[in-house]
Design a protein around this ligand. Sequence first.
Ligand code: SAM
Length: 489
Amino acid sequence: MFLTNKRSKLKMEQKNPETGKRKKVRILEKVVITGIADKGKAVGRDAEGQIVFVENAAPGDVVDVKVHKEKSGYSEGVTIKIHTYSEERTQPFCQHFNLCGGCRWQHITYPAQLKHKQLQIESTFKHLAKVPVGEWQPILGCIENTYYRNKIEFTFSNKRWLTHEEVNSNISNLEDVLGFHRPGAFDKILNVEKCWLQPDPSNEIRNTIREICIEQNLSFYDMKLHRGFMRHLLMRITTLGEIMLILSVKENREERIHKLLSAIQARLPQITTIIYCINPKLNDYILDLPMVTFSGKGYVEEMLGDVRFQIGPKSFFQTNTKQAERLFDTVADFCEFNGTENVYDLYTGIGSIALYIAHKVSHVVGIEEIGPAIEDAKDNAARNGLTNTTFYAGDVKDILTHEFAEKHGKPDVLITDPPRAGMHDKVVKMLLQLEAPKLIYVSCNPATQARDLALLHEKYDVVKVRPVDMFPHTHHVENVALLHLRTSS
Ligand SMILES: C[S@@+](CC[C@H](N)C(=O)[O-])C[C@H]1O[C@@H](n2cnc3c(N)ncnc32)[C@H](O)[C@@H]1O
């Protein structure tokens, strides 16, 4: 390729391996990468000062970029050559790096990842929340940044995702695989040999199940034609050594299912419970389907602090167990409980935060929309001998009313941990009317958290913020904010 000393652009012809047609691609040379933008892509500027979002680059790199999208004011592309290596770069550890959609920051050192997560939240607050923050605390990084997930999901497919080189050498993609969806390729799956996300024996279990399915001649799902028996595998491994497997298959063929699950149980006796569901739908979503327990107790158990949790197949549970404890400790530290507080825990899941803090307060009321999760929360309270908790199933926007507050008493501390979309406008308005003196907002999406904090600023000051890294090697970050009711309001 022709290179100049100054940053420049040039056009190259490239052959599309699938159609054989040639098309012009634009190459931006010597783009200086200056930071990380929203959604985790590296960002720099081209020779004309236009913004370029770049995959596989690290802040401090100087790279050539093959452009795949051009819009007015910015372009997007992928690194094809590195001229200067950033000091923040490191060698990715996974054989599937770049092919798989997960762990996309492996090429950036862990301390640099943490730095960029902190900067991202500070910038989101500055530009979206636009409210003063009393104190920024440093991000809490993970002690272990591999094998940190307790839950992982894989998809069965009869089509393997091929690399460009494989496409060029005319290899067929018809192969029974079990692995991850490739971003942007809904019907092709990357066959996973070794994944660094879930502890042992996760890799052995996934690879053995693939083998057993092939031995038993079970068809793997074809996402375009909606044919094939084997669809989806979810595995949860807890720190107590319990393993839950949920398999989804397309049709209720009892004999076939029992033969398969019996073989899995015999070859992988470390699995403590096997559950299955029948999914005839066009999509992979299984939480709306009835679950059948084939073996074991139908749930797994996990410890967070001193509390033992029962986690059913449909329950939300923090995926990074060890870091969840540190997240909840941060929440408890921010609350500075004195033992007399009446606490509301909104979006409580299986009551994780509510039960974790119950022994430090007078009473906790949890609200969660998924009924089975609330059943788990109640069971978990009873199993742990916690008698000062109450749980309600339903949408927070419908349950949290003035009548509810009259019944349960005004909250001294209100903890909210909504999904990525943040809180419904009606919930924010209700919080402003309830006027809890302390409000803790835990969020996995700084943008929606910033939006909600801007609305809450009518009566609340943001006293402290601490990001917590739950997902190393990804751009995702959790954030905890402490708000105090303004005394003059
Ligand atoms: C980020 S999780 C937090 C769960 C819990 N605090 C924990 O740490 O395990 C958000 C939870 O909100 C629940 N949820 C989502 N939308 C809801 C709504 N409108 N009303 C009540 N719960 C909702 C989800 O089912 C999920 O359990």
